[in-house]
Design a protein. Structure first.
Length: 254
């Protein structure tokens, strides 16, 4: 299927590794020009160079998304460098640490970056006659795969999904669609599930046994879902939380 993404201009946060990098690669392969950010400048520049070698136009800038003024400035600069924006992907997280400070970290690193991205990108998307925003959630926001204590990561990701849905309804008449992709257990080099496999094998095996398709997800699985939702092919899909989890969530999704 031609996703009709050739020539589109896409901004992706947290794009230097894992799911964010896979999203950038998928959009580049579909013909998008890219604006990428991440905290680590060296790794980000390496990813940008590799994407340029594959023929993509790439603007990359080291940005800490918890610096909300810097994030807004990055959005404006990206639109300037690419000649506009058609797609915005919010792929950031403060992680799942359970320290008392994590509530503030998750607010500043998960929810507020989405809020600021939407606020700052809407004027640019409007100039193009509309566009698509995709946020990255998690199945932990609405389903307990493995019982755990209350934590900031799950609660704030639930807020991400809720905010994306609210904005989907508010922005639809401007031609701007907003959707969420919620991954289940995704394993990639340097990611949480690789670390769990190496350090807590019993937990890794316990969760694997619950995944009906019999494997952990890959970053590319999530990236494919994002590319579709971002594309004109999904033009009648708005306010959706697309679950990419291999069937591990057991609730019926009406």
């Amino acid at each position: 299927m031609d996703l009709q993404l050739q020539g589109k201009r896409a901004l992706v946060t947290g794009a230097s590794r894992g799911i964010g990098r896979a999203i950038a690669e998928a959009l580049a392969d579909e013909g998008c020009a890219l604006a990428l950010c991440a905290r680590g400048e060296e790794t980000l520049e390496k990813v940008a160079a590799e994407l340029r070698e594959r023929g993509a136009q790439v603007f990359a800038q080291a940005v800490d998304v918890t610096d909300h003024e810097a994030l807004v400035a990055f959005v404006d600069r990206s639109a300037q460098e690419l000649g506009g924006l058609d797609i915005v992907v919010s792929n950031v997280s403060a992680g799942a640490d359970k320290s008392p400070e994590q509530w503030q970290k998750s607010l500043d690193g998960d929810l507020i970056p989405l809020v600021r991205l939407i606020e700052s990108s809407v004027p640019h998307l409007e100039q193009q006659g509309g566009g698509s925003i995709v946020s990255i959630g998690t199945t932990n926001a609405f389903d307990t795969v493995r019982p755990s204590s209350p934590n900031a990561y799950s609660a704030l990701k639930a807020a991400v999904i809720h905010h994306a849905s609210a904005q989907a309804h508010a922005l639809a008449r401007k031609g701007i669609r907003v959707n969420t992709v919620s991954p289940g257990p995704i394993e990639f080099p340097g990611g949480d599930w690789e670390k769990i496999r190496e350090g807590r094998r019993e937990v890794y095996d316990e969760v694997l046994a619950k995944i009906p398709v019999g494997r952990y997800g890959r970053a590319e699985d999530v990236a494919a879902a994002v590319a579709y939702l971002a594309s004109p092919r999904a033009g009648f899909t708005n306010g959706v939380n697309l679950v990419v989890d291999g069937g591990i969530v057991t609730r019926v999704q009406f």
